[in-house]
Design a protein around this ligand. Structure first.
Ligand SMILES: [Zn+2]
Length: 82
């Protein structure tokens, strides 16, 4: 049984964790990444306790996402050697 059902809109994007978060009653945060969502995962877990929540979202918003830009890995600039 999940602790709660939470809509993705009610969750908060955390830049540091690169994950959607939602306050856990233990004081930590439930977390789920965009990759998880893209894979169809809908369980956000708390790293500090055994609770988890079910995330309500539209899978199409994340599947193969064209509307939202995925994070780009920092590109290595080739260095021209003189
Ligand atoms: Zn917790």
């Amino acid at each position: 049984m999940s602790y709660d059902d939470v809509e993705i809109e009610d969750m908060e994007w955390n830049e540091e964790l690169q994950a959607y978060t939602y306050p856990c009653p233990c004081g930590d945060l439930f977390q789920i990444t965009k990759d998880d969502l893209r894979l169809g995962e809908d369980i956000a877990r708390c790293p500090s306790c055994s609770l988890y929540i079910t995330v309500i979202y539209n899978a199409e918003d994340f599947a193969g996402g064209t509307s939202k830009k995925p994070l780009e890995p920092s590109k290595q600039q080739p260095v021209a050697v003189a």
